[in-house]
Ligand binder design. Structure first.
Ligand code: G3I
Length: 388
């Protein structure tokens, strides 16, 4: 990856940066979309250390369907160009979930997912597949189907085999089991249809079926509120040890990272390390950091600065652990974030303002990546407005 630029280009980029981009400390008053990058190598992924993928969710489905804007992935060219420039990994936000892939029991609809995966292939990006076994966003025909245990088992096996084998070699990581524990560390035995009807052993089978369908894909458990050591991450730690002891192909621990500055920033490194010590990869899979908002007014500057610290804390912990090879943001810019639709009084959770200009969080992430990959010696980088 080319990160050191020739002096002339660097001077030009720095000037251009001062003129048009930079990390806004004020809410932008833009009449036209701001440029998203100073040049193609002034991005997050351009500064990432070798072996660390920087990812984003690909907006579409879910909460977007109730908004007035067109589908972001197919309808927003600026957004698509940011996905290409900034990221080396993409996660379909909703398009690989059951309710999108399985409109009816006998039908698979791969159109939206295929489009994203083809796009990733064209642009040399990895894909994180999200998700195969979850309690949420399941179709009505499944949840209300009154199937027998044998039927449900067959439905799940067919789904996992069909979907994972379709994208074999194109999806590098799968969130096989998503959010299977509650915050107290208990298995979701009531609201997860698979665990309720088929018992906890179904989790191991889901991993086995996924592995058979694509032996090269890395298979993850994935959840929120598992950043640091506690009841919920302990439950995963125990589960993963049990699965490994049975020879079940589980390869990764995914930490979603949906944070709010109203709570203390999590201390994540020791937790990541204990999973890495089991031989697992670890990944930050859905990071966003929400801040207090009021109506249409801009968030307090202090909140935006604190947000940047939280993003940095998460990246620092990931970069400190060799097994943390994937760091994914749950979407951008703010206008496409799920957060305001779920959390009243909170928002502005991504690293880009609505016009795609950079927040301090973006700049801090970029600087940390540069430090880790040893590019801070690049004088032009350190003098860029982003680092100011
Ligand atoms: O199903 C209802 C439908 O009946 C109703 O008519 C419609 C009206 O808006 O809403 C539908 O529910 C939507 C749901 O997606 C299903 O498509 C919700 O409004 C919508 O808010 C929801 O959003 C998605 C959410 O997952 C669902 O849990 C978000 O777009 C998506 O970003 C979010 O992503 C999850 C990850 O998959 C897992 N980790 C947490 C993360 C954030 O919640």
């Amino acid at each position: 990856m080319e990160v050191l630029r020739p002096p002339a280009a660097l001077a030009a980029t720095a000037l251009l940066a001062l003129a048009i981009a930079g990390c806004t400390t004020e809410y932008p008053i833009a009449t036209e979309p701001a440029p998203t990058a100073i040049s193609e190598d002034d991005t997050l992924s351009a500064f990432a250390p070798d072996g660390v993928k920087i990812g984003s969710a690909v907006a579409g489905g879910g909460h977007h369907e109730a908004q007035t804007y067109p589908d972001p992935f197919s309808g927003d060219e600026q957004y698509r160009s940011v996905l290409v420039a900034e990221f080396t990994s993409l996660t379909p936000e909703n398009q690989l979930k059951w309710e999108y892939l399985r409109p009816t029991q006998d039908e698979y609809n791969f159109d939206a997912a295929d489009a994203i995966i083809e796009f990733a292939q064209e642009n040399g990006q990895d894909v994180r597949g999200h998700t195969l076994l979850w309690h949420s966003q399941n179709p009505g025909w499944l949840e209300q189907g009154n199937f027998t245990a044998d039927e449900l088992r067959e439905i799940l096996q067919d789904h996992i085999t069909t979907v994972v084998s379709r994208y074999a070699g194109k999806i590098q990581q799968w969130d096989v089991a998503n959010e299977i524990f509650d915050d107290a560390g208990g298995l979701r035995e009531r609201d997860n249809i698979w665990i309720r009807e088929l018992g906890p052993e179904i989790v191991a089978d889901a991993f086995r079926w996924a592995h058979e369908a694509d032996p090269d894909a890395l298979l993850f458990v994935n959840d929120y509120n598992v950043e640091q050591i506690g009841a919920k991450s302990d439950a995963y730690y125990t589960l993963v040890q049990d699965l490994l002891a049975q020879g079940v192909p589980v390869h990764g621990f995914g930490v979603q990272g949906h944070l709010s500055i109203q709570y203390p920033a999590p201390s994540m490194q020791a937790n990541l390390e204990r999973f890495a010590d089991l031989g697992l990869q670890v990944a930050i899979t859905e990071l966003d950091v929400r801040v207090p908002v009021s109506g249409d007014s801009r968030p307090e500057q202090s909140a935006i600065d604190t947000q940047a610290e939280y993003y940095s804390t998460m990246l620092e912990a990931c970069l400190a652990v060799d097994a943390c090879t994937s760091f994914t943001l749950w979407g951008l810019p703010d206008k496409y974030s799920w957060v305001p639709h779920f959390f009243s009084g909170e928002g502005a959770a991504t690293v880009l303002w609505d016009d795609f200009s950079r927040k301090p969080a973006y700049c801090d992430l970029q600087e940390l990546l540069a430090e880790k990959s040893g590019t801070t010696a690049d004088a032009a980088f350190t003098s860029r407005v982003c680092a100011a």
